[in-house]
Design a protein around this ligand. Structure first.
Ligand code: HEC
Ligand code: HEC
Ligand code: HEC
Ligand code: HEC
Ligand code: HEC
Ligand code: HEC
Ligand code: HEC
Length: 434
């Protein structure tokens, strides 16, 4: 997808993030969070330090959604259009519109409300871009050392839209951005609570970078470049050597929904037992899981997963962009080998696209936004691999409006809401002049 080719050099804000209590690089898989050893945050050296030896990996990785998932604002990182005429979002409220402007290096979002001559406006500066724009992006702004979400987002096929979960026709600048949001969408921020959206404004690392999954790299770099004694191990985490459960945990850290923190955010290290840092409410086995954001629990419902040693890594190589459904289908064939009993007996050809029938794209109810009076939902790939009898077996809205907070009694249990923090926040703060 061409979108991912947009690169920015600014994703790494600081090569040596500041010290913070964290875990040991060589953390044993099961060390309880309570007796974590402190690792210096400056043992993290940044992707640039890896490129001298792993150039190829760094180059392909820097085109992935993971790396591009958060960036500093720039012409390249913001997908929304600032050209006059295209830079306005009208709302269902005739007295309110939003205007997006670029002024030199600054990108501004302004809410304009009222009837002349009684016009009030509020302007905030784009501070951080969240989302590679595969589907869309939301934007954050700083108010001193606190981070808030901006009311206007960008959605791929539509352009500027009301941010997901925001009420159309209302200018809401008051949604705090909590650490868990940044834990999933960035490498490192240092929270300084309370309140829960204060961060150090220096030393943060945007984008998901190598060391998010591999742990601090300083010792590995020193050893491999001959500046430290050679030792038996490589002093860097390699998830290829994790157990199946710990491999699943690495992806579940961000692909199993929001969860409930039981250890400080940003303290989990790959290789550890995730449930000791984040508790995930047991999904009701009969409840419907929304296709968005919880690939882990959906995959676990698949017979493929239950009857084999499959992990996310069976199909995904996170170091490169993968959207070719033919090569994904080859992953299926590695187990469902043509000519063996594992290959389906009826109506199947080995060279067909297995994905669209058995992992269909479906609507999500967890990201919903108002657009010109309609509710829009992006489509997400369902990771429950199975036989779907019709084209959209479970996609029909089982609870319309869920993501807007209008939860009705017949919605049934909601095992998982990745974006539920969107819901619990205040809706109509006063619009302040600034
Ligand atoms: C000076 C060269 C050099 C630099 C810089 C370097 N590496 Fe390596 N790395 C190597 C070599 C050589 C190997 C293979 C030898 C080995 O497995 O110990 C390796 C292996 C690895 C492995 C597999 C380790 C294992 O135990 O299987 C990972 C993961 C890794 N590097 C990640 C990184 C990351 C992340 C960075 C940047 C923080 C980085 N490397 C920087 C040279 C380097
Ligand atoms: C630190 C959080 C984090 C971890 C750990 C993580 N992911 Fe992701 N992943 C994300 C986020 C956030 C996105 C969405 C990025 C975007 O489009 O802005 C994403 C997107 C993806 C995508 C879609 C890529 C695309 O091109 O659209 C795949 C596939 C994926 N992740 C697989 C994995 C696998 C497999 C693992 C485990 C090895 C993993 N992720 C670990 C946060 C994470
Ligand atoms: C538990 C981890 C997690 C949390 C918390 C989280 N996200 Fe995400 N987000 C993801 C993953 C994973 C994806 C992409 C995969 C998917 O859609 O299932 C994603 C997708 C997105 C996208 C679409 C990106 C694209 O390129 O299409 C946006 C925008 C986004 N998130 C913004 C946010 C914001 C803003 C917050 C906090 C206020 C937040 N997310 C909290 C994991 C998370
Ligand atoms: C989202 C998590 C994630 C990120 C980010 C990530 N890796 Fe990996 N890396 C993995 C996983 C999982 C494996 C083991 C499975 C595999 O080889 O795909 C791995 C394996 C490796 C290996 C060993 C390959 C082998 O053959 O054993 C090297 C080297 C490596 N990564 C380097 C890097 C570098 C350099 C970066 C940054 C440019 C990076 N990784 C970013 C998850 C990640
Ligand atoms: C790691 C091996 C492995 C991979 C990879 C794999 N499967 Fe499977 N799959 C299995 C096993 C094992 C079963 C269960 C067979 C049984 O129980 O009879 C299964 C079952 C199935 C079923 C029947 C499901 C049901 O509920 O009855 C379908 C359909 C299927 N696989 C499709 C796929 C598709 C499509 C892909 C690729 C997207 C895929 N599989 C990848 C191992 C795998
Ligand atoms: C056009 C849609 C479609 C495509 C493409 C497709 N399948 Fe299927 N698949 C089905 C349907 C429908 C069934 C249920 C079979 C039946 O009822 O006869 C099924 C059944 C299966 C089963 C269980 C079969 C059994 O014998 O129990 C497996 C495994 C499977 N498919 C794997 C694959 C693989 C691997 C591919 C890619 C090579 C693939 N499918 C491509 C629709 C499809
Ligand atoms: C059997 C193969 C297979 C396995 C196993 C698998 N995936 Fe996927 N995944 C796919 C395919 C195919 C796509 C669709 C790629 C596309 O359309 O570009 C996909 C897409 C994704 C996306 C993007 C979702 C979207 O709708 O944009 C994410 C995120 C993701 N996978 C995460 C994971 C995670 C996390 C795991 C482990 C829990 C996992 N995947 C296991 C095959 C797999």
């Amino acid at each position: 997808m061409a979108l991912f080719l947009v690169l920015t050099a600014s994703a790494q804000t600081h090569p040596n993030p500041p010290q913070t209590p964290s875990d040991a690089t060589s953390a044993s898989a099961a060390s309880p969070t309570s007796d974590k050893k402190a690792v210096q945050r400056d043992d993290y050296v940044g992707d640039v330090a890896c490129s001298s030896c792993h150039q190829g990996l760094v180059d392909t990785f820097h085109q992935t959604a993971h790396y591009l998932t958060s960036r500093l604002p720039s012409k390249d990182s913001i997908f929304g259009n600032f050209t006059p005429g295209a830079n306005i979002l009208k709302t269902s409220n005739p007295d309110l519109f939003f205007r997006m402007e670029q002024k030199e290096d600054e990108f501004l979002q302004t809410a304009v409300e009222g009837v002349p001559p009684y016009i009030e406006s509020r302007t905030e500066r784009f501070g951080l871009v969240i989302g590679s724009a595969g589907k869309g992006q939301t934007y954050l702004y700083w108010k001193d050392d606190r981070l808030f979400q901006l009311p206007v987002s960008y959605w791929n096929q539509l352009g500027w839209v009301n941010s997901p979960g925001y009420r159309d026709g209302v200018a809401n600048f008051e949604r705090p951005v909590i650490p868990r949001c940044l834990e999933c969408h960035a490498t490192y921020f240092e929270p300084v609570p309370p309140p829960p959206n204060r961060y150090r404004r220096t030393g943060f690392v945007v984008g998901i970078t190598c060391e998010k999954c591999h742990g601090a790299g300083r010792e590995h770099v020193l050893r491999e470049s001959g500046k430290a004694p050679v030792a038996a191990d490589s002093a860097i985490l390699n998830p290829a050597r994790f157990s199946r459960d710990r491999q699943m945990d690495l992806c579940a850290w961000c692909h199993k929904g929001h969860g409930i923190a039981i250890a400080p955010t940003f303290s989990y290290l790959p290789g550890e037992v995730l449930e000791q840092s984040i508790e995930f409410p047991r999904p009701d086995p009969n409840a419907q899981i929304d296709v968005h954001g919880d690939q882990v629990d959906l995959l676990k419902r698949s017979r493929c997963f239950q009857s084999s040693a499959m992990t996310c890594l069976t199909c995904h190589n996170v170091h490169t962009t993968q959207h070719d459904l033919a090569s994904f289908s080859e992953r299926c064939l590695s187990c469902h080998k043509p000519g063996t009993d594992a290959f389906p007996k009826m109506h199947h050809q080995a060279d067909s696209n297995c994905i669209d029938c058995h992992m269909p794209k479906q609507d999500t109810n967890l990201i919903v936004f108002d657009w010109k009076g309609n509710k829009k939902k992006p489509q997400v790939r369902n990771h429950w691999i199975r036989v779907y009898r019709d084209t959209s077996p479970v996609s029909k809205s089982w609870c319309d409006g869920l993501a807007l907070g209008n939860v009705s009694a017949d919605c049934g249990p909601q095992p998982f809401k990745a974006f539920d923090f969107y819901l619990s926040l205040p809706n109509r703060p006063p619009l302040k002049r600034n």
